[in-house]
Design a protein around this ligand. Sequence first.
Ligand SMILES: Cc1ncc(COP(=O)(O)O)c(C=O)c1O
Length: 398
Amino acid sequence: MLAVHKDRIANAVSRLVSENAFQVLARAREIEATGRRVVHMEVGEPDFDTPMHIKQAAVDSLMAHDTHYTPSAGMLDLRAVIADYATRFRKLSTPYTAENVTVSPGAKPIIWNILSTILNPGDDFVYFDPAYPAYASASKYLQANVHAIPLLESRNWRFDLDELERRVSDKTKAVVINSPHNPTGGVLLKTDLERIAELAQKHDFLVIADEIYSRNFYLDAEYVSIASLPGMQERTIIVDGFSKAYAMTGWRLGYAIMPAELCKNVTLFNNNTFSCVTSFVQKAGIAALTGPDEPVQEMNATFRKRRDRLVEGLNKIPGMTCTLPEGAFYAFPNVQQITHDDKALASFLLEEGGVACGGGSSFGAAGKGYLRFSYAASLDDIDYALEQIAAVLPRYKA
Ligand SMILES: Cc1ncc(COP(=O)(O)O)c(C=O)c1O
């Protein structure tokens, strides 16, 4: 085997952060291979099958010979459908057009391409902690000056607005928000968005709104996108995709929506990296956005039941307390009465109890002392996981 010398790997690679959920998944699979039952609550993917009409659209497209390259921004008909959907769903006064949309193999690569487009080394970039790891990974790789503002359990995983005000300035290039939020399930209120919007306009920064969980939303209120607030559409980059709403994680289909000039530049990165997205997968995306919405609503109703069962159960386990998530499909219990070493506890629960979950600190320093459970698991699996946690936890030595 070719030995890899240290100097064969670029220094910049040391600034990359890895998504821990995939490592936990690998270990969980090893344990399963020995014949033991493992409940998968580590990865953020719906356990439902992709709705049939979406699969059929991909099959039809393949059979109609959609097997070639497409434009780097995505097929025009898909971009037009996304623009129309985004305008209606977010109730925007200025309609988006295909020119505002760029399509990618999942939302993760477009986060990289957006940050590569806007960040110079040393630019101030703000995100919230804990957070989906791609923001820290990409911005650190690009040598931005990173500010991570803690999200507060006491505010149901929203941040202190005054702290945000103290941390942004005319030097701030962009702030990324993610509501509903991975890993906490928190949702920003309209008043939070209004304050961010006010600061964005005062200091002239961009807002990257990662709205990939906008359809996984359980509040009895309307979903509000920051793009719909006065003066914000022209300074908002929306990140969205099909993975979470339509149970399409393996298809790899995401997109971003932004002012047209910016969009051309982000597309240049698409062109230089993945060239374009799989043709028949894009046709499936059209079917998802134009077809029946009931499958999405049914999946969400199921997620809601699972959330209630899991959170109620976690709150009964001595030493754990859990806020009620308002969106996404994650519960983020506080385990600080048991330990602050969340990763060691997560590993113990997997090895001893067969329950795969994530340590909160994998999502940033402010996640220390928390665990992340994805409730994309059946009620039966959730009940089993709760029983297992309760059974093995007394043996845990912090
Ligand atoms: C907040 C957030 N943004 C983006 C993504 C990327 O999604 P995908 O690349 O599967 O479309 C994820 C996936 O877990 C996420 O949690």
